[in-house]
Design a binder for this molecule. Structure first.
Ligand code: SF4
Length: 285
């Protein structure tokens, strides 16, 4: 049985940078807290805890320790609240997310209604929306475009995407927006806020899925980009399992397989990928 890794997998620039910044800050300033999980990966969270970075779920749980903003970023109201509390802030927002936030603010300031294509519950999306003046919508599924746009939505519309969406899905969404709501829109600005790291990992996963008879996608279950990778592999009709660690591998999945592909999301550390590959070799029939 051959185990083949996707040509691009694992930690992206933004996550690597955030983890390094938090570790460095804890080394310099002493223990710090992170507002939410740094990345959607339990192993990374555990490693950071060992370096003096504790996770807090809400601002109310903040104490005298410096507070780190995660790679997903936050809205300006959170920054204002931290400032009001006199907290020192370690801002590890990924520069690509910062760019999406800046576009949301610019469009909003110029009078556009903003539509963000993505998961309304995702931290990154909530942060981006915080930079608008309230004339904004999130839509996660193309089918939501079948309903009329709300009356308050200006005729000038700006669209951007959660950074981890796929190119194909975002393009289809924009196309359907135009086809369905052309009569409501006087000007449409589409900002490509997709992340290259994500899209090239998706392309690598797609390529690999076509040449194997089983795909394993490694990463936290709450990691949006890892879930997308699993969807991309499944869309190619190959049996796909999303696992968080080597412990979840099931020998039964491997029966009769000749080529097993391994992909991993942008928040998955190298060590977890290596463990999965090593375990696959141990379980190989
Ligand atoms: S996936 Fe892209 S946008 Fe998200 S943290 Fe990584 S580099 Fe930044």
């Amino acid at each position: 049985m051959h185990v083949i890794r996707a040509r691009e997998l694992g930690f992206c620039m933004g996550v690597r940078r955030a983890v390094e910044m938090m570790e460095a800050a804890a080394g310099e300033l002493g223990p710090i807290t992170s507002l939410g999980s740094t990345v959607h990966n339990p192993q990374v969270v555990e490693r950071l805890r060992g370096h003096g970075v504790d996770v807090i779920a809400t601002l109310e749980q903040a104490d005298a320790r410096p507070v780190a903003i995660t790679a997903h970023g936050v809205g300006p109201q959170v920054l204002r609240e931290l400032e009001a509390r006199g907290a020192s802030v370690v801002d590890t927002t990924c520069p690509i997310v910062t760019r999406a936030q800046q576009w949301a603010k610019k469009l909003s300031d110029e009078g556009f209604g903003v539509i963000v294509y993505g998961d309304p519950e995702h931290k990154e999306v909530r942060g981006i929306l915080g930079w608008t003046n309230g004339k904004m919508l999130t839509m996660q599924h193309e089918s939501e475009l079948d309903a009329p746009l709300p009356a308050w939505m200006p005729s000038r519309v700006g669209v951007l995407s959660q950074t981890t969406e796929t190119e194909a899905h975002f393009a289809r969404f924009v196309q359907r927006l135009l086809v369905t709501h052309m009569e409501r829109i006087s000007e449409l600005r589409v900002i490509n806020t997709l992340c290259n790291a994500t899209t090239s990992q998706q392309a690598a996963t797609e390529e690999l899925a076509q040449h194997v008879d089983l795909m394993l996608v490694v990463g936290g279950r709450e990691s949006a980009n890892t879930c997308h990778l699993a969807d991309v592999a499944r869309e190619h009709g190959v049996e796909t399992h999303h696992v968080e660690s080597a412990y979840e591998l099931d020998a039964a999945w491997l029966a009769g397989r000749e080529r097993v592909g391994v992909a991993a999301g942008a928040s998955t550390p190298d060590a977890v990928i290596d463990d999965v590959v090593a375990r696959l070799h141990e379980l190989a029939p």
